[in-house]
Every structure is written in C-alpha cells, then in structure tokens.
Design a binder for this molecule. Structure first.
Ligand SMILES: *Cc1c(COP(=O)(O)O)cnc(C)c1O
Length: 385
C-alpha cells in the first residue's frame, strides 16, 4: 500500500511498504535474497549494497511513512546510519555542533574519527537552544541532537533549534531512537534528517541490529551517494525481520509509554528512591517542552535509589527485569550508565552531566506493571537486609 496519506498509525505499521506476493498471494512479504539481478531491460539496477532490493525498498517506504518524510534508507546498524549521515554532509574543513550527552557510540565516532578527516566539532555545554547558538561558527554545516537524551531524558527544543539552524543554512540531524517514530515526528518541527538505531524500538525484540535514516529525496540522494561507498547496508533476511517487527511497533510503544508512566509514578512515591527522571512526570525539568513536541513520553526512564542502597546489588537481585545492555525490547531491562554507556567518561565529566554512580536506566517493557513493581520491591527488600 502506497496511498498512506489517510491511514492510521497501526495501518501504516502493518501495511505500508509490503512486497506484494503476486505469484502465490501470500499475506506477508516474500523475501528476495538475490545479490545478483539482471542488468539489461530493467528500470533499476538492483544490488543489496545499493540499498535497492525489493525488501529494502519496501521497508524504506514504511519508515518514510512513519516519519512523514519523502524517503528513507535502512542500514546494517544505527552507527552505520549515523556515520553515513554525518559524512554525507561534513567534509574537510567543515564544523558540526553536537549536543552534550550523546549516545556513547556517536560520541566515540566524533572524537575518534573526525580529526582524521579534518572535520571540526564542538559539544554544547547544556541542552538549551542558546547553548547551540553559542557554538555556531562560519563553517558550521550540521547541528546534531538527540532528544530525549540518554540517560537523564532531558529534552531539546526541536523547533527552536531547527529555526536557529535554518537562519544559518545549517542542516539539522536528530537521533530519534529514544522517542521512536511513534512518539516524535521531528520533521513537523523543521528538523531535516532523522536517524534511528532500528535495533531499539523498530526491532523491539532485542534480536536485530539495524539503522535507518528518514529525510527528503534531496537529502537521501546525497546520503545514498556516500552510503553505497561506505557499504553499510542491511541483509534482506534482517530487513524482512525488521518489517515483521515494525507491524507491532505502535502497539508495543504505546503500551511501553503507559507502563513507563506508571513505573515513573510508582518510583517517585517510593521512599527508597531519591530521584526519578521521566519527561512525562510534572517534576521533570522539561515536562512542558516534552508535552509540546512529543505524542507520547516514551518507554525510557532513569532513577536513583537512596544513597545507602547499592545500585549494583539491587540489579543483581532482580528476577524478572533483566540487567542488560541496550534497550527498547518488549522485556524490561535496566543498566548502570557508569558501567556501560558512560564508562569512558571521567567521574568529573559524568558529574558535570548530572550522572551519579547510583543512577539506574530503566527500559520499560510490555509486562504487567504489577509484576515489575513486585520485582523491584523484592530486590529492594533483599538489599536492605
Ligand atoms: C543504540 C543506539 C545507537 C546505536 O545503534 P546501533 O544499532 O547499536 O549501531 C545510536 N543512538 C542511540 C540513542 C542508541 O540507543
């Protein structure tokens, strides 16, 4: 189905961008695994690394429909998508402004690779629009944001940053992974390029590594020219799995939104918990901003136990919730940012970003909230003894 203009979100997730099974009339997309296609008398010369196999093209339509962009591209990982997007718009002598507190992999890409290519970069001091404005230079070509941020779920003002960038003819890129396509449509606020780790909410079952970019045809053409040289395409097996997963994305994410809200409220009133960071809580510093630009507050939150309770011991004693890296699966997971995503920062750098040693990041799954609460209560009881 291509006439997606009037379709609801679940219909888009389920139907847009399917490969029609003309031969056998099956209900789901057939998988085309060819890495070799006829070269003459064809409209398109297809090859998996050109991002144009039938399954790749179909899934791109679904992602573009969800992000309300003209086009999309899918990649072998979120980092393949992010690096390709950046290298498509940043050349020797250019400058990029990136927000403070980025996903660790993006941060590493910038500080470990950009010098080699002669690309200059600045990180903002904080997430206010003025912090971005301060870093803009005459050679700034890209502003890169990630909202809600990891792990404190701070919010960047999408419209204000997009307006600022437009004034200076700067391209804006957002890592929309934490919000997901369901909760945040960045083009509505003027953001140019949306990148995703599809490993997270698009995949949703902790069994796929993939990435995506959504943007206008003009911008995806530019990215494609770089993408085919870097070669970060996704295998058609995994493309098919991702299409399957995305059919339930809105159902999953909406349930995770509701669960995260309930868990945040529960944790906030728990006397053993010091602080809860969730943009859907009125106590969150960016609540009003989040409400104005997000359709749902997402499935991610963070919290600190009271300082006499050991965060690692707490996690070791959980029985249902899994202490695991990564996020956004149907199963609830927790982790310590100081030991994982933010392990490479010095304690001072972490402190300056408000990340305490006892902070626990919680990716809320689809389980019954009562079961999640019972698990947290039993783990706290055990470590109190
Ligand atoms: C996981 C993640 C990435 C990187 O994605 P991969 O699929 O692991 O390459 C980028 N940004 C955010 C916010 C993430 O959570």
């Amino acid at each position: 189905m291509d006439s997606n203009k009037k379709l609801g979100i679940n219909s888009i997730c389920t139907h847009v961008g399917e490969v029609k099974d003309e031969q056998f009339k099956g209900a789901v997309s057939p998988i085309y695994l060819s890495s070799s296609y006829q070269f003459y008398d064809v409209d398109i010369k297809r090859y998996p690394r050109y991002f144009n196999t039938p399954n790749q093209e179909a899934l791109c339509k679904k992602i573009a429909a969800l992000e309300k962009t003209e086009n999309a591209l899918i990649f072998g990982s979120g980092m393949a998508a992010i690096s390709t997007a950046m290298f498509a718009f940043l050349h020797k002598g250019d400058h990029v402004v990136l927000q403070q507190t980025l996903y660790g992999g993006t941060y590493n890409l910038v500080v470990e690779e950009f010098d080699k290519f002669g690309i200059e970069y600045s990180f903002t001091d904080s997430l206010n629009t003025d912090d971005f404005k301060k870093e803009i230079k005459s050679n700034t070509k890209v502003i890169f944001i990630e909202t809600p941020s990891n792990p404190l779920l701070k919010i960047v003002d999408l419209k204000a940053v997009a307006d600022l960038a437009k004034k200076h003819s700067i391209i804006t890129m957002i890592d929309n992974t934490f919000a997901s396509s369901i909760n945040q449509t960045a083009v509505d606020f003027g953001i140019d390029i949306i990148v995703h780790s599809a490993t997270k909410y698009m995949g949703g079952h902790s069994d796929i590594l993939a990435g995506a970019i959504a943007a206008s045809n003009e911008h995806t053409d530019k990215i494609w020219n770089v993408a085919k040289n870097f070669g970060g395409s996704l295998s058609d097996f995994t493309v098919w799995m991702l299409e399957r997963s995305m059919k339930t994305m809105s159902l999953r994410v909406n349930h995770q939104n509701a669960n995260a809200m309930k868990m945040a409220e529960y944790l906030e009133q728990n006397p053993n918990v010091d602080n809860v960071y969730y943009p859907g809580l009125r106590s969150h510093e960016d609540y009003e901003l989040a409400k104005s630009q997000m359709k749902g507050f997402g499935g991610m939150l963070s919290f600190e136990l009271q300082s006499d309770l050991d965060a690692m011991e707490f996690q070791r004693n959980l029985e249902l919730i899994k202490p695991s890296m990564s996020l956004a699966g149907v199963e609830s997971t927790v982790l310590s940012p100081t030991q994982t995503s933010h392990a490479l920062l010095t304690p001072e750098e972490r402190a300056s970003q408000g990340i305490k040693d006892g902070l626990i990041r919680f990716s809320v799954g689809i389980e019954e909230v009562e079961d999640l609460i019972a698990d947290i209560e039993q783990a706290i009881e055990k470590i109190k003894k």
